[in-house]
Design a protein around this ligand. Structure first.
Ligand code: HEC
Length: 152
C-alpha cells in the first residue's frame, strides 16, 4: 500500500512533451547525474525540463495569488532567461524559431513583472507566449498551462 502510493506520487511528477510517455511507468528511482540531467523513473530530466517545471510551479502560485486579489511581486526574469541556453531533452528543438519565441516570452514576462495595475491581463499575455511555443515544440503540457489562465 505504502509502496504503490509512492509510485503514484512519482508518476504524477513526470511530465513530458508527449503525454503518452507518462502512462504506465512502474519504476520509482530518482537520481542525479553529473551532466546536469536528473533521472526520474528512468526518464532523464534535462536542465530545461527542470527549469520549465519550476516556471510552471511559480506561475501557478502567481495565478493563485492574483485570483485571490493580491498584487504579486516576482523577480524571476534573470532565472527564466536560462530557457535560451539550458540543455534540452531534444536539443534539435532549440532552433531559431524556438529562440524567437523564447525572446517574445521573456519580453512579455519582463512586462508582467513591471506591471502593478491589471496584472491579470499582463499575466495572461505572458502565458499566451508559453502556449505559442508549446503548441509548436512541446504539446504535452498545453492543457495544464491553459488552466493557469486567469478568468476576468
Ligand atoms: C520558447 C519555447 C517555450 C516557452 C516560451 C515555454 N516553454 Fe515550457 N517547454 C518548452 C520545451 C522545448 C520543453 C521541453 C523541455 C525538455 O524536455 O528539455 C518545455 C517543457 C515544459 C514543461 C514540462 C517540464 C517537465 O517536467 O518535463 C512544462 C510544465 C512547461 N514547459 C511549462 C511552461 C510554462 C508554464 C511556460 C511559461 C511560463 C513555458 N513552459 C514557456 C518550450 C517552451
Amino acid at each position: 500500500m505504502k509502496k504503490s502510493l509512492f509510485c503514484l506520487i512519482i508518476v504524477a511528477l513526470i511530465w513530458s512533451c508527449n503525454e503518452a510517455v507518462d502512462e504506465g511507468s512502474t519504476a520509482n528511482n530518482t537520481e542525479s547525474t553529473e551532466n546536469g540531467m536528473t533521472v526520474i523513473n528512468g526518464v532523464e530530466r534535462s536542465e530545461l525540463a527542470l527549469l520549465m517545471r519550476k516556471m510552471y510551479d511559480e506561475m501557478k502560485l502567481v495565478k493563485d495569488s492574483i485570483d485571490r486579489g493580491q498584487i504579486v511581486k516576482t523577480d524571476f526574469l534573470e532565472e527564466f532567461e536560462r530557457i535560451q541556453t539550458a540543455h534540452a531533452t531534444e536539443p534539435e528543438k532549440i532552433d531559431d524559431t524556438y529562440q524567437a519565441m523564447a525572446g517574445a516570452f521573456l519580453d512579455n514576462y519582463a512586462l508582467f513583472e513591471q506591471t502593478s495595475e491589471n496584472q491579470a491581463e499582463a499575466f495572461n499575455i505572458m502565458l499566451q507566449n508559453c502556449l505559442v511555443c508549446h503548441q509548436q515544440k512541446c504539446p504535452g503540457p498545453v492543457k495544464a498551462i491553459n488552466k493557469l489562465k486567469i478568468k476576468p
